[in-house]
Design a protein around this ligand. Sequence first.
Ligand code: MAN
Length: 357
Amino acid sequence: MNIQRYAENPLVTPKDVKPHRDDFEVIGAFNAGIAQYKGETLMLLRVAERPISSDPSVVKAPVYNAKSGELELIEFRTDDDRYDYSDPRVIRNKAKSGTFEFLTSISYIRIARSKDGHHFTVDEKPFIYPSNEQETFGIEDPRVTQIGDTYYIYFSVVSPVGIGESMVSTTDFVNTKHHGMIFGPDNKDVLIFPEKVNGKYYALHRPTMKSIGNPEIWIAESDNLLYWGNHKHLLGLREGMWDSGRIGGGAVPFRTDKGWLELYHGATEDHRYCMGAVLLDLNDPTKVIARSNKPVMEPEAEYEKYGFFGDVVFSCGAIVEGDTVKMFYGVADTSMACAELSVQEILDSLEYIEAEA
Ligand code: MAN
């Protein structure tokens, strides 16, 4: 597979983003949804900020208070052994296994704009900021599906009651309409197809199970993009492979003559995130035709291997022009990069699944 990483990578880093408060620092500008608007490429960045701590033994967790509209900072001491700080992204309460109690940063969405797709300028102000009780720990990993002149932007919303996926829409990237939560907790990595198939909208989504089942990709249908039903399990984990730990949708699926091509992320149990592909039937996207046995892209460049949370390539959006896929992707939960790949080479690399008799 020929992968043309841009010479300018990383394209946007935390240094390019001014914190939205003087007492905060930007630690991530990553996992951006991608849109094309008025001749420009827009990155809808997930910007993660944390309170500056002058005392290394104090960790401050930022929490949005929906009643006051202000951020509150909850202080923890690193020598408090009720808590586990080994994952830099979260603060875990040792007494409650499997869950986290607070995040170490708060994420929101900010736009970076470019005329050539290589050089980006980051907006001065946040675009979509936490605004309700479902978003008190932040909003993360946006994706954008354009249908006509409307851009549907959907993202994970995180709060103590769970992680779900909410949606807003815009036609101008200034004014937004909030549509509320479209996939209830625990759910992430929603990807809405850009057109109806046989009269229905389709979306991939990734529930996280607590009783039985794994973090795997499901598909659902809708008449109106708001209410989703007829849920089906689509794609599972594969033991011993690159996608053995967790999988989820990545870029918005796009049409090829062989089927819908979805670039999805897969991680191993030890959190190494790669991108691979799955091909779905053009007339029935609930049918899997082929899938990557090897990742299409894995963390290899310095900026992909090292950062706030290393060994991560994580795409939330791509631009397809002829045979070229410009895959924009978050690196090491820190910055944004882009690489060009060939659609044909991706299709040729897939392992075809025998149709059931
Ligand atoms: C995981 C990671 C983090 C994220 C939390 C909450 O720990 O994906 O980046 O903040 O989940 O969504």
